[in-house]
Each structure stands twice: as structure tokens, then as C-alpha cells.
Design a protein around this ligand. Sequence first.
Ligand SMILES: [Zn+2]
Ligand SMILES: [Zn+2]
Length: 404
Amino acid sequence: MDIILLAVPFFFALIALELVVERVRGTDYYRLNDALTSLTTGVLNQAYGAVKLLVPFTLYLWAYQHLAMFELGQGWVVWVLAFILYDLCYYWNHRLGHEMNLLWAAHVVHHNSEDYNLSTALRQTSTSFLSALFYLPLAVLGFEPLMVLTVGALNLVYQFWVHTQHIDKLGWFDRVFVSPSNHRVHHGQNPVYVDRNYGGVFILWDRLFGSFQEELDDDPPIFGIRGALNSWNPLWANLQFYHQLWQDCLHTRNWGHKFTLWFRRTGWRPPDVVERYPLQKTDLDHFQKFDTQLSVISGGYALLQYIILSVLMLTMMLQLESIPATQQAWIVVFLFAASYGTGALMQGVTHARAFELVKHGLLLTSLALWQIPAWSTTMLLTLSLLSLALLPLVRAATTKPATA
Ligand SMILES: [Zn+2]
Ligand SMILES: [Zn+2]
């Protein structure tokens, strides 16, 4: 947890650097609406970090105390082994996350951006409840809980830098480690790239288990998923595929399929549902990204809302012990609810501005009641009042005219 917190300034410094490179090279890898959606899902993912870790950590602790076969201690060889074996567990966690309907519903968030840049790295799920199970073999082997937590955080931090289009192939490095080129393949929806390159740090697992694919010069990755999200709503980004599975579960007349569809291969749908409710798949030959047009002031306002959510999230991460549990729950609920507003604005939803007005009313009331540090209250108060001053000038987005 602390490692991730320490890494946050570096994440943002690297995003700033990537934006400078974007300007210098004249590339168009960033769009404000997409980047803000990615970054907001990242805030939601971290916002309930402590709660989210509690169950998996307790489960791991129990397995470690009752099932550990060896007393491995803390030697450097054990640390290195823990780092390598954690990545092996990650490989299978990630692979099943792509290959089973229920697990894909949780992981899909990381893939439903149609851009690929460092902000995509922070686009993370809020519903990965079953991931912890994949790391229990480490408890059985006897790796200490805090060691696994640490190598897990290092594993996650490593994966940040590979989400860029500015770094080309890296020769021998690409053959051993997960690299920008290897991971671009993982985010591609081109048929040749689907379900490839699952490794977190080492690409060796993919070579070993037959899931490796090299990035091809004549087939540049088209980023995103075949059942496009077409939304800037971070909550919907988290729920879209669960919703589809739930609908299929309701619609099928086969009782067996109602239960098994969740655990079948990703994309499998009951035959009677496929017939009655066919799904549109992205046409890759005429691919167009989902996009909308926002004025400069409205874009600035949207960015400001993201900063507000980030300050609240950081307050939670830094002051976990001093904020009463009920207020923590309140902040988490507020963060999730508030995240709807910016997405609605960027998507042109008519009631977006009214929602924002209510949101700031709630925030200002809450600030009077929350026991959070003065620096946080001052920042949030300033940002909220600035937002309210800008709000009359803000306009919901319009659909961007299609371009060839
Ligand atoms: Zn993935
Ligand atoms: Zn990724």
C-alpha cells in the first residue's frame, strides 16, 4: 500500500513527461475524456483500498498460519523467489481474468479504453473480489504475508511504464520482460492479439504456457474491446459486462445455463439468447473510437472534478487511522457517486449540470462534518467553490462529428 502511495508522484510525473513528448512528436495518443475516465476508475480502485485488502489479506493470513509447508524466513533469495512466483500467480490470475466470463467482468475495465497511454495503466477495476484466491499457493509454500503484499505492490508499480506507445521494441528485453511492445499486444482487439501476453513483469510465462504474441509491424494494435463501452461513466465501465451476463442469465430459458454461463469461456452466451438478443461487435475494418466534443472551459471543469476526487482519495490513503470508519464509508460512497458527474458531462447527459450542483452542495455540507485534516478541507473547499463559479459556463458535451 505504502509503495503504491510513494509511486503516485512518479506516476503523475511520467504522465506529464508523456504529454510533453506527445506535444513534441505531434502524436494524438491522449484525449481528455478518455484519460479522465481512466484516471477516475483508478481513484475508485484506490479509494476503498484498505477495505478491499482486508478480506484477501485475512484469507492469506489464515492460509499462511494453517497450511504453510515451509518456514522460509526473510532471506534475499526468498524475496527474489517471492517476486518471481508472485508473477507466476499473477499470470494465471490475469489469464483466467480474460478467459472466464465472471472474471472478465471484473478485469474488462482495464481494457475498455480505446486509447493507450500511461493513464490507461491507472484504469483499474473496483470489483476484483476473487483475485486473492490465485495467490494462496504462496501461503501454502510459506511466503510471509507482508512479503507477498510488498512484492505484489512492486509488481503493480512495474506494470505502469509499459502502457506507452512512445517506446518501440527493446530487443532482448522484450523476450524476457513485459515491455511496452508486449503489453500493447495485450491491449489490442485485433484477432491475432486477443488473449495474448498475460505476464505482469516476466513475459517468459507466456512463452512457457503458449500465450505469447509478438507485436507485428503490419498489424498495429487497435486498442479496446470488441463489445465497445461507448461511455465515459467510470461506474458503467465497471459494471457493463456484469450487466450483460445478468441480462443473459435472465433471458435464457435453460436453467443449467443460468448458472454455468458465469464460469464459461469469456464471450460464451446461451444459444437461445444469442439467437434472440444478438450483440453488435466492433467493425475493425472501419474502426472509430467513441468520442465527444467538450469546450475548453468544460474540459477544465472536468479536470477540476478529477482533482477533487484525487484529493479526497489521497486524504483517505494518508489519514486512514484518524478518520472514523463511518466517515470513511461516507467518503467512499461520495467518491463513487460523484464519479458519475464528470462522465455524464463529458457524454452530453442533459441533467449533468444539475447533478454537479447537488454534488457540490453535498460536498460543502460534508466538509463541515468530516474530521479530515485542515489542508484537505481547505483544498476541497477552494476547488469546490471554484467549480461552482465555473459551473454556469459549463456545457455538456456534444457528439463529435465522425471523421474518416
Ligand atoms: Zn488484461
Ligand atoms: Zn494493461
